[in-house]
Design a protein around this ligand. Sequence first.
Ligand SMILES: Cc1cc2nc3c(=O)[nH]c(=O)nc-3n(C[C@H](O)[C@H](O)[C@H](O)COP(=O)(O)OP(=O)(O)OC[C@H]3O[C@@H](n4cnc5c(N)ncnc54)[C@H](O)[C@@H]3O)c2cc1C
Length: 600
Amino acid sequence: MDRTIVIGAGPAGLAAAHELSELGRRAVVLEQDDQVGGIARTVVYRGYRFDIGGHRFFTKAAAIQELWEEIMGDDFLVRPRLSRIHYRDTFFHYPLKPVEALIGLGPIEAIRIFVSYVRARAFPIVDERTFEEWVVNRFGRRLFQIFFETYTEKVWGRPCSEIGADWAAQRIKNLDLVAAVRNALIGNRADGQVVTTLIDRFHYPRLGPGMLWERWTERLVERGVEIRMETRARALLHDGGRVVAVETERPDGSTERVEGEHFISTMPVRELVRALRPAPPEFVVQAAERLAYRDFLTVVLIVDAEELFPDNWIYIHSPDVRVGRIQNFKNWSPDMVPDPATTSLGLEYFVHEDDDLWSMPDADLVALGARETARLGLVRDGTVVRDGTVVRVRKAYPVYDGGYKESLATIRGWLSGIENLQLVGRNGQHRYNNQDHSMLTGILAARNVAGEAHDVWGINLDDEYHEAGGGAGDRLTPGVARDRTLEEVLAAAFARYDPVALGAAVGVVFGVGLFLATAIALLHEPGDPGRVLSLLGEYLAGYEVSWMGAGIGLLGAGLGGFAFGWLVARTINGLIGWEESLLRRQILARTLDPLEAMPQ
Ligand SMILES: Cc1cc2nc3c(=O)[nH]c(=O)nc-3n(C[C@H](O)[C@H](O)[C@H](O)COP(=O)(O)OP(=O)(O)OC[C@H]3O[C@@H](n4cnc5c(N)ncnc54)[C@H](O)[C@@H]3O)c2cc1C
């Protein structure tokens, strides 16, 4: 029987291997690391468990959800989510609660936000090209500075003025902030649901995401899938439009030629192109070299404190520290720490391999982490940081810069000439995939091996795949929060007034109001029955300050109020519709594919 070589035992590679075994086909998985799970693995240090990031399990793909539940059983916990922004020594819930945000920022800041918002709406930057311009146009400069600028620059390591507007447009989740800000500024007409879906809960394996991938691997091995750990694919040998073998290398330097009929790769696209033998033409190599990545390191601090803060994670906007986000793993699952009297924090630093932080000795990084948590006030004076460790992850984020689409198109175009090679997963496709989406690409690739014809690049959020409630995406990480479809988001953010309901409400207030006013005038001023009120008779036929007039007033003012409320609702709805269609046109003009149109 022919066999498929799968490169990488992360979520995508394992999903491909699983599907192949379901389809009765042979699979060999090559994993360079000594642990499965890829970026979604769980690292263990002295019994303390932590993720690379913090991996929520959230999917709208029923098949993936079923798989997860089937693998984890009772160990698939449902966890409450709390995440806040730390800015100027104050915590703000994320997603933002407008009233809390305005109180937290103080009245002067609130006025500055309002003025800059109004100015941005009145005089928008016409040709918005950068992330900064995109956000300023929608939120005003002040909100941009407070809630976007520092964190985004920490994540991407470049000024917001150098990040393309496309990037921001992909963060549809931001509409939630628009809705939230609108709530604060002009009332609660945007759908509160937009915000509440993010506050929700999420699934999480009891011992971290690695528990799921490790358990799944055991099952795959029992089924006969061969998983070769510490085996790096260092070259893909191709001939006549087909890959014929992978050359592997083990830590001891030994190499092997592993032959197969089909090949599924989850290795980063740039590495894959570098590994092809013979090498592709120069323009393809150059395109691959232009693909950029953002690296990531986690400093884990083990602190002698039973409880430090209630959040799962905190976004650190303060520019005076370098840490970008802090995870509290105990709040993800209590079993992530072996000693309940302690807490383990994961301090996330977004870096490049050539940054000073990347090459800083571990002990110095742990000391830096301890200093920064103290400075932020997250660890109280006198609390002992007992121990710490560091995990460095290369290529945690594929970067969507100005040229990545073109480079990727060049590479894909050339690779389409190699018929038995499929690229799947996050770095495998240079796409901002979450676990579920990565898995789906692996599953489809496996089905293609069995003769089906799926476009692994074309998995569409509008099809089976919907990630709601902010996959990784409602994190403030650009490109990560993918949620509802565009239509759902727009419908929620641009909710309309119900003309009948508003008309009825205004009608009742007017009608009952006039009835009561007339009654009070009659009862309390019998000698001088409401001279001012009686003037209303000029406008309301039959109205006078008498019990009969009160009845006529109730009816007349009620009807008039209804008409007024109905008209106001229709007018506002017209304006909302106009605003919505402008935004819709802008989004569609960017011809984003649905995945990219949603942020994580
Ligand atoms: C900080 C952060 C937070 C995240 N949070 C979430 C979240 O909350 N929820 C969520 O669903 N997703 C989240 N994600 C995304 C999730 O981690 C990825 O979608 C998922 O891990 C991608 O799976 P993959 O198999 O495509 O790639 P990877 O996880 O990168 O796995 C690829 C595997 O291939 C191996 N490999 C690479 N090259 C070779 C080679 N040459 N030879 C052999 N093996 C090789 C690697 O060692 C690795 O094990 C997050 C990601 C990050 C960076």
